[in-house]
Design a protein around this ligand. Structure first.
Ligand SMILES: *[C@@H]1O[C@H](CO)[C@@H](O)[C@H](O)[C@H]1NC(C)=O
Ligand SMILES: *[C@@H]1O[C@H](CO)[C@@H](O)[C@H](O)[C@H]1NC(C)=O
Ligand SMILES: *[C@@H]1O[C@H](CO)[C@@H](O)[C@H](O)[C@H]1NC(C)=O
Ligand SMILES: *[C@@H]1O[C@H](CO)[C@@H](O)[C@H](O)[C@H]1NC(C)=O
Ligand SMILES: *[C@@H]1O[C@H](CO)[C@@H](O)[C@H](O)[C@H]1NC(C)=O
Ligand SMILES: *[C@@H]1O[C@H](CO)[C@@H](O)[C@H](O)[C@H]1NC(C)=O
Length: 372
């Protein structure tokens, strides 16, 4: 700000010294003062001799002090020659203050009271102008007061490209007054009410031209949508019976396309490194009739106990890779036909204390002995 009165104005608004109102001078000389300073604004014993007609601290009467750059002329506070323009401002409480300005260069009263120049303009001969003579002035009339922008070079400004407030979309820059896309994405495609820059050689949304979208299983290669798979699922699998329909699979991991397209892993197997495998600790065994591959734990599987194909007889359980009698009937008795029967020698009447040691019908087996 090059206007000294501004400080005074602010001080005034903050309750500082105010410019005095116009007064009628009372130029009666006081006894005891000199002819040049005839008025006593002190007391008879401690006189303050002044000329009420010209003293800025005692102008017109002893209680009137002129504000800021005002001068006292014939007992009236008036604006000085250098600050000839006076503006009267209200401080919103009904009272008003008078401030002196030079309208030709005041940034808070440029040309007229209250015409404040925005920060990037200067008051030049009573008009808010851009400081640089080559700058373009853009006024935003939607704000009050009007916001003024001084655009250094309107042919290269991204905010005012070619004309005021013509903002280039994100990613574009202003060249010769036109918003242009970068060379890596040279094509401008409409996008809502703005535009976006794309590379039509590689963009799946703008392949070959704006908004020519490729299918999900296609990539844009040299501006042409080309069947391809993205991400981990890199294998393109034509779906049998559906011409032109393909899907993408990860043949390393996909249990439905393990190693190759539509190679489905047997139930309970997983696909690992492109081959169907049982999970850790399990073995792939043909099971059942007709047999199918199942992953079994040969330590506990009744159908593959200790190895594939080793089926336990129906009365035995597989424990620790062996077909064994159940825990509540742990004693094994081989029959003549090679079968194994399971008993509890302690309590079984038909094998009390030993294989086939039959108790009498009226007896019971207790602790391996037939008792009455
Ligand atoms: C307005 O001016 C009056 C009189 O000078 C003063 O008492 C008051 O504090 C001022 N109000 C403000 C908000 O500055
Ligand atoms: C001095 O002048 C001011 C402004 O006109 C006035 O308000 C005030 O009453 C005057 N004081 C005396 C003592 O006459
Ligand atoms: C106002 O300020 C300008 C620029 O500093 C100066 O040339 C001019 O003389 C001033 N006006 C008056 C009336 O003093
Ligand atoms: C603001 O108003 C001025 C004067 O009426 C006009 O020349 C200018 O184009 C307006 N600016 C905008 C952004 O509307
Ligand atoms: C604006 O920028 C262009 C390109 O850099 C330059 O040729 C021109 O001279 C500049 N104009 C101004 C007024 O600086
Ligand atoms: C563009 O669209 C956005 C979102 O719908 C909206 O906020 C904005 O005002 C629009 N701009 C223009 C210049 O129409």
């Amino acid at each position: 700000m090059n206007d000294l009165m501004v400080n005074f104005f602010v001080a005034g608004l903050l309750g500082g010294a105010l410019v005095a109102a116009q007064v009628t001078p009372a130029l009666t000389p006081d006894l005891g003062c000199s002819p040049t300073e005839p008025n006593n604004c002190g007391t008879p014993s401690a006189p303050i001799c002044v000329d009420l007609g010209s003293n800025e601290d005692y102008c017109g009467n002893c209680t009137t002090k002129c504000g800021g750059s005002q001068v006292c002329v014939q007992g009236e506070c008036v604006c000085s020659k250098n600050w000839p323009n006076s503006c009267t401002y209200s401080n919103f409480t009904g009272s008003s203050i008078t401030v002196c300005h030079n309208f030709t260069r005041s940034e808070v009263a440029c040309g007229r009271c209250l015409n404040t120049c925005s920060s990037n303009t200067e008051c030049i001969l009573g008009e808010c102008k851009c400081s640089s003579p080559t700058a373009t002035r853009c006024d935003d009339n939607t704000t009050s007061p009007t916001s003024t922008y001084c655009v250094k070079n309107i042919t290269t400004s991204d905010e005012h490209c070619g004309r005021c407030f013509n903002t280039c979309p994100t990613g574009q820059s202003c060249t010769n007054g036109v918003c242009v896309c970068p060379t890596t994405k040279p094509k401008q495609c409409p996008w809502g009410n703005t535009s976006t820059c794309v590379n039509t050689d590689t963009s799946e949304n703008h392949c070959g031209d704006c908004w020519k979208r490729c299918n999900y299983d296609e990539k844009c290669v040299a501006g042409v949508c080309t069947k391809s798979c993205l991400g981990d699922a890199t294998e393109l699998c034509p779906v049998p019976g559906l011409t032109g329909v393909t899907l993408c699979a990860n043949i390393k991991k996909d249990a439905f396309h393990c190693g190759k397209c539509f190679n489905v892993c047997p139930r309970s197997q997983i696909c690992k490194d492109g081959s169907c495998q049982c999970s850790r600790g399990k073995t792939a065994c043909p099971v059942g009739s007709p047999s199918s591959i199942r992953c079994v734990d040969t330590r506990t599987s009744d159908v593959a106990c200790g190895g594939c194909g080793k089926v336990c007889p129906s009365n035995l359980d597989c424990r620790d890779s062996q077909c064994k009698c159940p825990r509540d009937r742990p004693n094994e008795c081989p029959t003549k036909t090679g079968q194994v029967l399971c008993f509890n020698f302690k309590s079984d009447k038909s094998a009390c204390g030993g294989c086939f040691n039959q108790c009498a019908a009226s007896q019971k087996c207790r602790d391996g002995k037939c008792v009455n």
